[in-house]
Design a binder for this molecule. Sequence first.
Ligand code: HEM
Length: 447
Amino acid sequence: MEQSQRLPNPPDSGVFNALRFVRSPLRFLSVMQSQYRDGVEVSIPAGPSIVVVTNPDLCHEAMDRIADFSRVPASGAAALIAENGLVQTEGDLWRRQREAIAPGFGGGPLETYVDSVGAQAVRLREEWGDAVTAGQTDRNLHRDMTTVTVRAATQALFGTDIGADGASEMHRLAQGAASEFELSVTTITPEWFPDRPSSDAREVAEGLKRMGEEIIATKRSSGGANDTPSDMLDFLLLAEQSGEYPENHLRDQVVSFLIAGHETTALGTTYTQALLSWHPEVRERVRAEARDVIGDDEPGYEHAEQLTYTGQVITEALRLYPPAWAVIRRAQGDQQLGQYVVSDGSLVIMPQWSVHRDERFFDSPTQFDPSRWDDQSPDERGAYFAFASGPHSCIGRGFATMGARVALATLTRDFDLDVPRDELSDLLVTPTLRPGDGVRATVSPVD
Ligand code: HEM
């Protein structure tokens, strides 16, 4: 029987530390990571504690035990969006949903997704070429990557390309949602604490729901699910015919995948390209691999597996800039985690941001060095968990990693990007780690 003890408390009062966390979350996490081996508990009088877990083994344990460490139900603005989507549900409903849509992430849909990413990246490459010819070399890289990923995701998940206008609207709504969801005091308050959504949050939620409804209407008008489902929405429609689901379930699911299906991937490819611009020697290797593997072919699924060095580059970029900066759970009842007791209701934070940058687990942790993945797999349950682990781990991981390889190789084959050095130094901490105002880049063609 393991001995139980409490995690240490940091110096200064709990309230003071909680405010430090809200004001400057990444800094707070890094300081806790460097000072506490397994974790730390910030005790708040008359409120639930905040527990930061700094030991990856304990992070995996908490992520495995989904009944003991459950998701934090959305409140305030977040509750307006996709309440019944897979990203937010729990228990039996979540399990049925996950089983129903899993085939939507298998071989056929994965091929469709990666091929669509290839086609969208070629379209963007042509757009960059035209812009350069017209003397316009400045781009908002994050917007460009959003367009590529959202158009590919809607094609593969829902069987419809929302087009350039839809992608632009999606970018606007996602920016709006991000500013509403920036980490704030309500993140660390109990769930019953009143957290009223603003009118801007309502406008964003309405816009997303409208988009979700249009996607479902398009699918239904094209015959809806048939005997040979080929995308996730087909599988969802089939499941709805044979099971009981809450009202608005379908729309919530589509909205939640509209966001989950593109946002993190757009961020990941944006961060990777910024890092490539600061490491020309790595960029040259990505370019050489792209020329070798893709050459002058239409880029797509058939190339993804072979773009292995590009895969390492993406893994390394997601280590340093994990779009999902932390997995957050709430303890259900008093729980034992390793040798520690975590009290009922504690907010439990498993921070990819700081675990990925801990020198106990990675040599020269702040250095961008894709070769560290030469003999190490990101799939091992170690200190790397950009896609989380356990039952709620990312269902879209294959889409994200294979799609990103093809997007990066396609763009890097023909273009150099120049991203200002400080462009990622002030990221917003929302449910994802985002650039506030896009990422500026100058594009120039290579011979
Ligand atoms: C670089 C890209 C991506 C990253 C870093 C990422 C990361 C994550 C993480 C950390 C989680 C766990 C969240 C938690 O348990 O609190 C997660 C879950 C999830 N992701 Fe991703 N993701 C990415 C791409 C995608 C894509 C492309 C899709 C869909 C096409 C997707 C769909 C989901 C869904 C639906 C869940 C919830 C799964 C469940 O609870 O069963 N993600 N992702």
